[in-house]
Design a protein around this ligand. Structure first.
Ligand SMILES: NC(=O)c1ccc[n+]([C@@H]2O[C@H](COP(=O)([O-])OP(=O)(O)OC[C@H]3O[C@@H](n4cnc5c(N)ncnc54)[C@H](O)[C@@H]3O)[C@@H](O)[C@H]2O)c1
Ligand SMILES: CCCCCCO
Length: 256
Protein backbone atom coordinates (compact mmCIF):
# COMPACT_ATOMS: atom_id res chain seq x y z
CA UNK A 1 0.00 0.00 0.00
CA UNK A 2 1.25 3.55 -0.64
CA UNK A 3 3.79 4.73 1.92
CA UNK A 4 4.44 8.19 3.32
CA UNK A 5 8.18 8.68 3.78
CA UNK A 6 7.63 11.28 6.53
CA UNK A 7 9.53 10.33 9.68
CA UNK A 8 10.75 7.08 8.15
CA UNK A 9 14.23 5.64 8.71
CA UNK A 10 15.88 4.48 5.47
CA UNK A 11 19.12 2.54 4.97
CA UNK A 12 20.47 3.05 1.44
CA UNK A 13 23.26 0.70 0.40
CA UNK A 14 25.12 2.38 -2.50
CA UNK A 15 23.41 5.70 -1.94
CA UNK A 16 26.41 7.61 -3.29
CA UNK A 17 26.67 6.03 -6.73
CA UNK A 18 25.44 7.53 -9.98
CA UNK A 19 21.83 6.44 -9.56
CA UNK A 20 22.23 6.33 -5.78
CA UNK A 21 23.25 9.93 -5.27
CA UNK A 22 20.40 11.46 -7.27
CA UNK A 23 18.01 9.04 -5.57
CA UNK A 24 19.37 10.12 -2.16
CA UNK A 25 18.77 13.75 -3.18
CA UNK A 26 15.22 12.88 -4.30
CA UNK A 27 14.56 11.07 -1.02
CA UNK A 28 15.73 14.17 0.86
CA UNK A 29 12.88 16.14 -0.71
CA UNK A 30 10.73 14.07 1.69
CA UNK A 31 10.85 14.61 5.45
CA UNK A 32 12.45 11.33 6.39
CA UNK A 33 13.67 11.04 9.95
CA UNK A 34 17.00 9.37 9.06
CA UNK A 35 18.80 8.51 5.82
CA UNK A 36 21.67 6.13 6.57
CA UNK A 37 23.92 5.73 3.54
CA UNK A 38 26.15 2.66 3.44
CA UNK A 39 28.62 2.65 0.59
CA UNK A 40 32.09 1.66 -0.49
CA UNK A 41 32.47 5.22 -1.78
CA UNK A 42 33.50 7.54 1.07
CA UNK A 43 33.01 11.23 0.25
CA UNK A 44 32.42 13.44 3.33
CA UNK A 45 31.89 16.55 1.17
CA UNK A 46 28.98 14.89 -0.60
CA UNK A 47 27.44 13.85 2.74
CA UNK A 48 27.74 17.46 3.90
CA UNK A 49 25.95 18.63 0.75
CA UNK A 50 23.23 16.01 1.19
CA UNK A 51 22.65 17.12 4.79
CA UNK A 52 22.12 20.72 3.60
CA UNK A 53 19.26 19.63 1.32
CA UNK A 54 16.86 18.98 4.19
CA UNK A 55 17.81 19.88 7.79
CA UNK A 56 14.76 17.92 9.02
CA UNK A 57 16.49 14.69 7.97
CA UNK A 58 19.57 13.31 9.70
CA UNK A 59 21.97 12.02 7.04
CA UNK A 60 24.52 9.51 8.25
CA UNK A 61 27.29 7.79 6.29
CA UNK A 62 28.91 4.48 7.26
CA UNK A 63 31.53 2.78 5.06
CA UNK A 64 30.25 -0.65 3.97
CA UNK A 65 31.40 -3.32 1.54
CA UNK A 66 28.57 -5.73 0.71
CA UNK A 67 31.08 -8.55 0.19
CA UNK A 68 31.99 -8.76 3.88
CA UNK A 69 30.93 -11.87 5.82
CA UNK A 70 27.28 -11.76 6.89
CA UNK A 71 28.32 -11.70 10.55
CA UNK A 72 30.02 -8.33 9.92
CA UNK A 73 26.89 -7.00 8.24
CA UNK A 74 24.80 -8.06 11.24
CA UNK A 75 27.19 -6.23 13.59
CA UNK A 76 26.91 -3.08 11.47
CA UNK A 77 23.13 -3.32 11.37
CA UNK A 78 23.04 -3.77 15.16
CA UNK A 79 24.88 -0.46 15.62
CA UNK A 80 22.29 1.20 13.38
CA UNK A 81 19.29 -0.38 15.12
CA UNK A 82 20.78 0.42 18.56
CA UNK A 83 20.94 4.08 17.48
CA UNK A 84 17.71 4.43 15.46
CA UNK A 85 15.60 1.76 17.28
CA UNK A 86 13.57 1.26 14.08
CA UNK A 87 14.40 1.01 10.36
CA UNK A 88 11.55 1.12 7.86
CA UNK A 89 13.21 0.54 4.48
CA UNK A 90 16.44 -1.10 3.27
CA UNK A 91 17.50 -0.17 -0.27
CA UNK A 92 20.11 -2.54 -1.74
CA UNK A 93 21.78 -0.84 -4.71
CA UNK A 94 25.38 -2.05 -4.90
CA UNK A 95 26.45 -3.20 -8.33
CA UNK A 96 29.41 -3.53 -10.66
CA UNK A 97 29.46 -4.10 -14.40
CA UNK A 98 32.55 -5.88 -15.72
CA UNK A 99 32.12 -9.35 -17.18
CA UNK A 100 35.84 -9.98 -16.87
CA UNK A 101 35.30 -9.97 -13.08
CA UNK A 102 33.04 -13.01 -12.77
CA UNK A 103 33.40 -13.77 -9.06
CA UNK A 104 33.36 -10.10 -8.04
CA UNK A 105 30.22 -9.42 -10.10
CA UNK A 106 28.37 -12.29 -8.44
CA UNK A 107 29.74 -11.37 -4.99
CA UNK A 108 28.65 -7.72 -5.21
CA UNK A 109 25.51 -7.84 -7.34
CA UNK A 110 23.96 -11.00 -5.88
CA UNK A 111 25.66 -12.54 -2.85
CA UNK A 112 26.17 -9.14 -1.23
CA UNK A 113 22.52 -8.21 -1.75
CA UNK A 114 21.30 -11.57 -0.43
CA UNK A 115 23.55 -11.37 2.63
CA UNK A 116 22.52 -7.80 3.47
CA UNK A 117 18.88 -8.77 3.11
CA UNK A 118 19.31 -11.93 5.17
CA UNK A 119 21.16 -10.00 7.87
CA UNK A 120 18.39 -7.42 8.38
CA UNK A 121 15.85 -10.21 8.89
CA UNK A 122 17.53 -10.76 12.27
CA UNK A 123 16.00 -7.42 13.28
CA UNK A 124 12.75 -7.45 11.24
CA UNK A 125 11.44 -11.04 11.13
CA UNK A 126 8.05 -11.14 12.85
CA UNK A 127 8.75 -14.76 13.87
CA UNK A 128 11.48 -13.31 16.15
CA UNK A 129 9.17 -10.62 17.48
CA UNK A 130 10.42 -8.12 14.90
CA UNK A 131 8.28 -5.33 13.36
CA UNK A 132 8.67 -6.42 9.74
CA UNK A 133 10.12 -4.08 7.13
CA UNK A 134 10.46 -3.18 3.46
CA UNK A 135 13.21 -4.29 1.07
CA UNK A 136 13.81 -2.29 -2.14
CA UNK A 137 16.35 -4.05 -4.37
CA UNK A 138 17.89 -2.49 -7.45
CA UNK A 139 17.67 -5.04 -10.24
CA UNK A 140 17.85 -4.03 -13.88
CA UNK A 141 16.02 -4.36 -17.17
CA UNK A 142 18.72 -6.93 -17.88
CA UNK A 143 17.10 -8.99 -15.14
CA UNK A 144 14.10 -9.35 -17.48
CA UNK A 145 15.97 -9.69 -20.81
CA UNK A 146 19.74 -9.89 -20.82
CA UNK A 147 22.31 -7.77 -22.48
CA UNK A 148 23.63 -11.11 -23.69
CA UNK A 149 27.15 -9.75 -24.25
CA UNK A 150 27.37 -9.36 -20.44
CA UNK A 151 25.74 -12.63 -19.37
CA UNK A 152 27.34 -12.64 -15.93
CA UNK A 153 26.06 -9.20 -15.02
CA UNK A 154 22.67 -9.87 -16.58
CA UNK A 155 22.49 -13.19 -14.73
CA UNK A 156 23.09 -11.51 -11.39
CA UNK A 157 20.27 -9.06 -12.11
CA UNK A 158 17.92 -11.90 -13.08
CA UNK A 159 18.88 -13.51 -9.78
CA UNK A 160 18.07 -10.28 -7.90
CA UNK A 161 14.64 -10.12 -9.57
CA UNK A 162 13.93 -13.78 -8.80
CA UNK A 163 15.22 -13.61 -5.21
CA UNK A 164 13.19 -10.49 -4.48
CA UNK A 165 10.02 -11.99 -5.95
CA UNK A 166 10.45 -14.88 -3.50
CA UNK A 167 10.90 -12.45 -0.60
CA UNK A 168 7.61 -10.82 -1.54
CA UNK A 169 5.78 -14.17 -1.51
CA UNK A 170 7.35 -14.93 1.90
CA UNK A 171 6.07 -11.64 3.38
CA UNK A 172 3.12 -13.30 5.21
CA UNK A 173 5.69 -15.44 7.09
CA UNK A 174 8.46 -12.89 7.72
CA UNK A 175 6.51 -9.64 7.80
CA UNK A 176 9.04 -8.23 5.30
CA UNK A 177 7.72 -6.98 1.97
CA UNK A 178 9.94 -6.57 -1.08
CA UNK A 179 10.08 -5.26 -4.64
CA UNK A 180 12.66 -4.44 -7.29
CA UNK A 181 13.32 -1.23 -9.15
CA UNK A 182 14.77 -2.09 -12.55
CA UNK A 183 16.32 0.83 -14.38
CA UNK A 184 16.91 0.88 -18.10
CA UNK A 185 20.14 2.32 -19.45
CA UNK A 186 20.93 5.26 -17.19
CA UNK A 187 23.88 7.49 -17.92
CA UNK A 188 26.35 6.88 -15.08
CA UNK A 189 30.04 6.01 -14.96
CA UNK A 190 29.01 2.34 -14.70
CA UNK A 191 27.87 2.32 -18.31
CA UNK A 192 30.48 4.49 -20.03
CA UNK A 193 32.83 1.60 -20.73
CA UNK A 194 32.77 -1.98 -19.50
CA UNK A 195 34.07 -5.41 -20.45
CA UNK A 196 31.92 -7.99 -22.20
CA UNK A 197 32.23 -11.65 -21.25
CA UNK A 198 35.27 -13.21 -22.98
CA UNK A 199 35.40 -10.00 -25.07
CA UNK A 200 32.56 -11.20 -27.26
CA UNK A 201 31.71 -7.56 -28.01
CA UNK A 202 34.52 -5.02 -27.37
CA UNK A 203 32.16 -2.16 -28.25
CA UNK A 204 29.21 -3.26 -26.11
CA UNK A 205 28.97 0.06 -24.24
CA UNK A 206 29.30 2.21 -27.33
CA UNK A 207 26.65 0.19 -29.16
CA UNK A 208 24.20 0.36 -26.22
CA UNK A 209 24.67 4.07 -25.74
CA UNK A 210 23.62 4.72 -29.34
CA UNK A 211 20.07 3.93 -28.16
CA UNK A 212 17.80 6.14 -26.02
CA UNK A 213 18.80 6.33 -22.35
CA UNK A 214 17.73 8.24 -19.25
CA UNK A 215 19.43 10.62 -16.86
CA UNK A 216 20.11 9.75 -13.26
CA UNK A 217 17.61 12.42 -12.23
CA UNK A 218 14.87 10.85 -14.37
CA UNK A 219 15.73 7.50 -12.82
CA UNK A 220 15.73 8.95 -9.31
CA UNK A 221 12.31 10.56 -9.75
CA UNK A 222 10.80 7.22 -10.85
CA UNK A 223 12.75 5.38 -8.13
CA UNK A 224 11.26 7.36 -5.26
CA UNK A 225 7.77 7.18 -6.79
CA UNK A 226 8.12 3.38 -6.71
CA UNK A 227 9.22 3.53 -3.09
CA UNK A 228 6.15 5.60 -2.21
CA UNK A 229 3.87 3.23 -4.16
CA UNK A 230 5.38 0.49 -1.98
CA UNK A 231 3.94 -2.53 -3.84
CA UNK A 232 4.94 -5.87 -2.36
CA UNK A 233 6.18 -7.97 -5.29
CA UNK A 234 6.46 -4.92 -7.53
CA UNK A 235 8.58 -5.35 -10.66
CA UNK A 236 9.22 -1.70 -11.42
CA UNK A 237 10.53 -0.84 -14.87
CA UNK A 238 12.28 2.54 -14.88
CA UNK A 239 13.18 3.25 -18.49
CA UNK A 240 13.62 6.48 -20.43
CA UNK A 241 12.05 8.49 -17.63
CA UNK A 242 8.96 6.31 -17.31
CA UNK A 243 7.76 4.08 -14.45
CA UNK A 244 5.78 0.92 -15.10
CA UNK A 245 4.97 -2.13 -12.98
CA UNK A 246 5.71 -5.22 -15.07
CA UNK A 247 3.43 -8.27 -15.07
CA UNK A 248 5.70 -11.34 -14.90
CA UNK A 249 4.69 -14.23 -17.21
CA UNK A 250 4.14 -17.38 -15.15
CA UNK A 251 5.35 -20.54 -16.91
CA UNK A 252 5.35 -22.90 -13.91
CA UNK A 253 4.03 -23.02 -10.39
CA UNK A 254 5.52 -25.06 -7.56
CA UNK A 255 2.04 -25.65 -6.21
CA UNK A 256 3.25 -25.04 -2.61
N1 LIG B 1 23.33 2.71 -14.95
C1 LIG B 1 22.47 1.85 -15.49
O1 LIG B 1 22.16 1.88 -16.69
C2 LIG B 1 21.82 0.80 -14.62
C3 LIG B 1 20.70 0.14 -15.13
C4 LIG B 1 20.07 -0.83 -14.34
C5 LIG B 1 20.56 -1.11 -13.08
N2 LIG B 1 21.65 -0.45 -12.62
C6 LIG B 1 22.10 -0.79 -11.27
O2 LIG B 1 21.99 0.37 -10.46
C7 LIG B 1 22.94 0.30 -9.39
C8 LIG B 1 23.76 1.58 -9.38
O3 LIG B 1 24.47 1.59 -10.58
P1 LIG B 1 25.03 2.97 -11.21
O4 LIG B 1 24.74 2.97 -12.66
O5 LIG B 1 24.62 4.10 -10.36
O6 LIG B 1 26.59 2.72 -11.10
P2 LIG B 1 27.69 3.33 -10.12
O7 LIG B 1 28.95 2.59 -10.43
O8 LIG B 1 27.67 4.80 -10.17
O9 LIG B 1 27.15 2.90 -8.67
C9 LIG B 1 27.42 1.63 -8.17
C10 LIG B 1 27.21 1.74 -6.66
O10 LIG B 1 27.47 0.45 -6.08
C11 LIG B 1 28.44 0.65 -5.05
N3 LIG B 1 29.26 -0.56 -4.86
C12 LIG B 1 29.96 -1.24 -5.79
N4 LIG B 1 30.60 -2.27 -5.20
C13 LIG B 1 30.27 -2.23 -3.87
C14 LIG B 1 30.61 -3.02 -2.75
N5 LIG B 1 31.44 -4.05 -2.84
N6 LIG B 1 30.08 -2.67 -1.55
C15 LIG B 1 29.25 -1.61 -1.42
N7 LIG B 1 28.89 -0.82 -2.45
C16 LIG B 1 29.41 -1.14 -3.67
C17 LIG B 1 29.29 1.81 -5.53
O11 LIG B 1 30.06 2.34 -4.46
C18 LIG B 1 28.20 2.73 -6.03
O12 LIG B 1 27.58 3.41 -4.97
C19 LIG B 1 23.77 -0.97 -9.67
O13 LIG B 1 23.24 -2.04 -8.92
C20 LIG B 1 23.53 -1.23 -11.16
O14 LIG B 1 23.67 -2.59 -11.49
C21 LIG B 1 22.29 0.51 -13.33
C1 LIG C 1 25.11 0.66 -21.12
C2 LIG C 1 24.93 -0.65 -20.35
C3 LIG C 1 24.17 -0.49 -19.04
C4 LIG C 1 24.02 -1.81 -18.36
C5 LIG C 1 23.42 -1.64 -17.00
C6 LIG C 1 22.05 -2.21 -17.01
O1 LIG C 1 21.78 -2.78 -15.73
Amino acid sequence: MPLSLTNKNVIFVAGLGGIGLDTSKELLKRDLKNLVILDRINNPAVITELQKINPKVTVTFIPYDVTVPIAETKKLLKTIFDKLKTVDILINGAGILDDHKIEATIAVNYTGLVNTTTAILDFWDIRKGGPGGIICNIGSVTGFNAIYQVPVYSGTKAAVVNFTSSLAKLAPITGVTAYTVNPGITRTTLVHKFNSWLDVEPKVAEKLLEHPTQTTQECATSFVKAIELNKNGGLWFLDKGTLEDIEWTKHWDSGI
